[in-house]
Ligand binder design. Structure first.
Ligand code: TMP
Length: 253
């Protein structure tokens, strides 16, 4: 079989042309990067875990009526998704202060925020994904006023779903980032959650111990990233309790 045509390669994923028009195959790599790829490593098994976790989150969202681009998982590292027109914004929702909001506004990490705060960052690696306001977004035509309202509503629904899911397994959803895409159905356009939702794009803290179970483990050199993601997957029942360590072949005999 001929190899699929590569459409785009990012820091953590590769996109290939899908089997039918309007579909894309999303391949999860083991590469971990932080600080706009200034720090990088290969974490064996990360792509497999993120593919599984992303499937779990996206199909759960689809099931409760929050539209996403996700169609189905194909294999260990690949999933089939709808082709969308990505809005060039990173939409961040924060429940607890951490990371850049703590730095920017001097709020101690771990401080509960009075309500979920939605922020927008302009997706431009050369600029380091700067924080932007609704004024910038509308003035520069990245999204329309109606899109803004829809994006905030979508992001808050994802927050409620993900917060509840995580709370059920003893994890606090501190914050997360999503990307949103446009899907056209005839003349009608709707917004869907796209890209990925995984521990790469969330902050997840154990409720009891405060232990970090997300990409901050890599960003801040706090231990094994694969162990942290495996813990999240095991708690959610995404990996069987007795699954062998990822990346190691299973001996059948
Ligand atoms: P921040 O505190 O660094 O702004 O990050 C907020 C959330 O967004 C956090 O859950 C990590 C996620 N995030 C990404 O997914 N990609 C990025 O490039 C950055 C900077 C953050």
């Amino acid at each position: 079989m001929a190899r699929r045509k590569k459409i785009y390669e990012g820091k953590a994923k590769i996109l290939y042309e899908g089997p039918e028009p309007g579909t894309i195959v999303q391949y999860f790599k083991d590469d971990a990067t932080a600080f706009n790829a200034e720090k990088r490593d290969v974490v064996e098994g990360k792509g497999v875990l993120n593919n599984r976790l992303c499937e779990y989150f996206m199909s759960g969202l689809n099931n409760i009526g929050v539209p996403t681009h996700f169609i189905k998982r194909i294999n260990m590292r690949e999933q089939l998704v709808r082709a969308v027109e990505i809005i060039p914004l990173e939409v961040v929702v924060r429940n607890v202060a951490a990371g850049s909001i703590s730095k920017r506004l001097g709020i101690e990490e771990g401080t509960a925020l009075p309500r979920p705060i939605v922020e927008f960052y302009y997706k431009d690696d050369a600029l380091g994904d700067p924080l932007v306001t609704e004024e910038h977004i509308i003035a520069f035509g990245w999204a329309a006023q109606q899109d803004m309202d829809d994006m905030v509503a979508l992001a808050l629904r994802v927050n409620d779903f993900m917060s509840g899911l995580m709370m059920g397994v003893g994890i606090k959803l501190v914050d997360f980032k999503i990307e949103i895409g446009r899907v056209w159905e005839g003349d009608y356009m709707r917004l869907v959650v796209a890209d990925e939702i995984s521990p790469d794009s969330c902050r997840l803290w154990d409720i009891e111990t405060g232990q970090k179970l997300d990409k901050d483990v890599f960003r801040r050199d706090l231990g094994s990233l694969a162990d942290a993601y495996t813990e999240v997957a095991r708690r959610l029942g995404v990996l069987p309790q007795n699954a062998p360590p990822l990346g190691k072949p299973t001996l059948i005999n």
